[in-house]
Design a protein around this ligand. Structure first.
Ligand SMILES: [Zn+2]
Length: 466
C-alpha cells in the first residue's frame, strides 16, 4: 500500500487524507466558464489542474463523476449578445463551441456532464422558494430575492473571515422589507429594463450566479458530495455563498473538500481586461504546442499564483524537449515492467502529497536520465523504462505525441519565432552531406554546436535543440 492521498482543503486550511463518501467513487463539481468571451490562460490553468486531478483519481482506480458547469446567463453575456446583435443562445452556443475547441486542443478531458444554468431555471426557482419558506431569504424593496447572510451563522467559514459583527448589527431587521446587509446577495434578479429572463413567482427575471452553482451541483451530485473546486478568486464570495444557501436549505454538510487553483498573473497582477485578448488560449497556441502550455501551467504548485512570462514557456519547452529526446527511437507498444516499479511508487508518493506535480516531474526526469544511459548499455531495459515514463507522464496528460513529430513541430515553431537562419544552415549541411562534402557538413555542425545548437539526424529529417 502506497501512502494515502492527502488534499489541501480550503475549508480547514489543512492537508487531509482523502476518503470518498461512497468507496471507490469520487463525486466532484468544478465551477466552469462564464461564457461571455474566449477562454484565457487562467481558465486553462484551472481546468488543466482539475484534468490532472481527475486523471490521477482514475489512475488510482476510482470511478470519477466529474461535473463542470457552464454559466450561460449573466450581465456580461446579455451585454455582449446585444453588442453583437445576436440572441443570447446564439451567442452562448458560439462561445461554448469555441471553449470546447480550445479545451480539446489542450487535451483536457471532457467532464461526465456539463450542465448549463439556463437548463436549471425550474430547479433554481424551487431552491429559492425553499429558502424563502425557511426565512433564509427575503424580497427586497426593489423586488429582487436576496439571501440574508445574517441567517447563516457560519457565514465566512470557507474564506476564514469573521462576519459576526454584521449578524449583530443586522439580524434585528430580519422581518422588515429592507435589504438588511450590504453583504446579502441576490438569488433572483428582477428584469427592470425588459432584459432577457424567465417568469417566476417574484416576477420576470433571472437567477443570480451563486444559486445556479448550488442548484446544478446538488441536482447532479446530491446535497453532500466529495469535492468542489474552482479558481481561487471564487472562494469569496461565490463559494462562500454557495455553502450558505445549500447548507441552509438542506442542512447537510454540502461539500467535504474544497480545492482552489491559484491565478495566472502577469507582472504580478491578475490578468486584466486589457491583457485578456493577448492571453487568450487562441493566441498562445499559435506559438506553443499544447503540451508546452500544459507543462508550463502545471509547473508551479497549483495553489500558488503562476506568473506568465515568455521565458517560463520557453523553459517548459526545453524541459519537454529533454523528455521527448529520451523517448526518441523507443517502441511505443512496450509496457512497463516490475523493474521500474519503484518509480511508480515514488510518483504516487509525490502525487499523494496534495498533487505535488513538481516532485512528480523530478521523477520523470530521473527516468528520462536512466533511459539515456540505458540506450547505450541495455536497450531492452531502456525500452521498458521509456514505457514507464510514458505511463506516468500520461497521468499529467504529457508525452502523448510521437517524439519525432513533437520535436519537429517545436523546430518549426522555433523557426517562426527566431527566424530561419538555423534551418538554412541545416539545409546547407544536408546539401553538403548529399554531395558527400563531409568536411563542410562537419564544419556547419561544429559552428552550430559552438553557439549551443545540437543537431539530431532522424529518419524524418534533422532536428535541432539548444
Ligand atoms: Zn460556481
Amino acid at each position: 500500500m502506497i501512502s494515502m492521498l492527502k488534499i489541501f482543503n480550503t475549508l480547514t486550511k489543512k492537508k487531509e487524507v482523502f476518503s470518498s463518501i461512497i468507496p471507490g467513487i469520487v463525486n466532484i463539481y468544478v465551477c466552469g466558464v462564464t461564457v461571455h468571451d474566449l477562454c484565457h490562460i487562467g481558465h486553462a490553468r484551472t481546468f488543466i489542474i482539475f484534468d490532472i486531478i481527475i486523471r490521477y483519481f482514475n489512475f488510482k482506480g476510482y470511478r470519477v463523476n466529474y461535473i463542470r458547469n457552464i454559466t450561460d446567463i449573466e450581465d456580461k453575456i446579455i451585454y455582449q449578445s446585444i453588442k453583437n446583435n445576436e440572441t443570447i443562445s446564439m451567442f452562448t452556443n458560439r462561445m461554448i463551441s469555441e471553449m470546447h475547441k480550445d479545451f480539446s486542443l489542450l487535451h483536457i478531458l471532457c467532464p461526465n456532464k456539463e450542465p448549463r444554468m439556463t437548463e436549471y431555471i425550474n430547479e433554481i426557482i424551487k431552491f429559492i422558494m425553499g429558502l424563502l419558506q425557511k426565512k433564509f431569504a427575503y424580497i427586497s424593496d426593489d423586488g429582487d430575492v436576496m439571501f440574508a447572510i445574517s441567517s447563516y451563522t457560519k457565514y465566512g467559514m470557507l474564506s476564514h473571515q469573521d462576519f459576526t459583527k454584521f449578524h449583530l448589527n443586522y439580524s434585528r431587521n430580519i422581518h422588515s422589507q429592507k435589504k438588511y446587509n450590504f453583504m446579502d446577495f441576490v438569488l433572483w434578479k428582477i428584469s427592470r429594463y425588459n432584459e432577457f429572463g424567465w417568469p417566476s413567482p417574484w416576477g420576470h427575471g433571472r437567477p443570480g450566479w451563486h444559486i445556479g452553482c448550488s442548484t446544478m451541483s446538488i441536482s447532479q451530485l446530491g446535497c453532500h458530495f466529495d469535492i468542489h473546486g474552482g479558481g481561487s478568486d471564487l472562494i469569496f464570495p461565490h463559494h462562500e455563498n454557495e455553502i450558505a444557501q445549500s447548507v441552509s436549505l438542506y442542512g447537510s454538510p454540502y461539500v467535504n473538500v474544497w480545492i482552489h487553483i491559484g491565478l495566472v498573473t502577469m507582472r504580478k497582477k491578475k490578468i486584466s481586461k486589457s491583457l485578456q485578448n493577448f492571453l487568450t488560449l487562441r493566441n498562445i497556441m499559435k506559438f506553443y504546442d499544447w503540451e508546452v502550455i500544459r507543462y508550463f501551467l502545471i509547473s508551479a504548485h497549483y495553489r500558488k499564483p503562476l506568473e506568465y512570462t515568455e521565458s517560463s514557456l520557453n523553459n517548459a519547452c526545453i524541459s519537454l524537449n529533454r523528455l521527448y529526446i529520451s523517448l526518441l527511437g523507443m517502441n511505443k507498444n512496450v509496457i512497463p515492467l516490475d523493474n521500474s516499479k519503484h518509480y511508480l511508487k515514488k510518483f504516487c508518493i509525490a502525487m499523494n502529497d496534495d498533487f505535488n506535480v513538481s516532485k512528480a516531474f523530478s521523477i520523470l526526469f530521473d527516468i528520462s536520465h536512466q533511459i539515456n544511459k540505458l540506450k547505450v548499455d541495455d536497450f531492452k531495459k531502456a525500452q521498458e523504462m521509456a514505457a514507464r515514463l510514458r505511463q506516468l507522464a500520461k497521468v499529467l496528460g504529457l508525452l502523448q505525441q510521437d517524439p519525432e513529430i513533437f520535436l519537429r513541430k517545436e523546430n518549426i515553431k522555433k523557426m517562426q519565432k527566431h527566424g530561419n537562419e538555423i534551418e538554412m544552415l541545416i539545409q546547407e549541411r544536408n546539401r553538403a552531406r548529399a554531395f558527400q562534402k563531409w568536411g563542410l557538413a562537419d564544419k556547419i555542425r561544429k559552428n552550430l554546436s559552438d553557439i549551443g545548437i545540437i543537431l539530431e539526424d532522424t529518419e524524418h529529417g534533422t532536428i535541432w535543440r539548444r
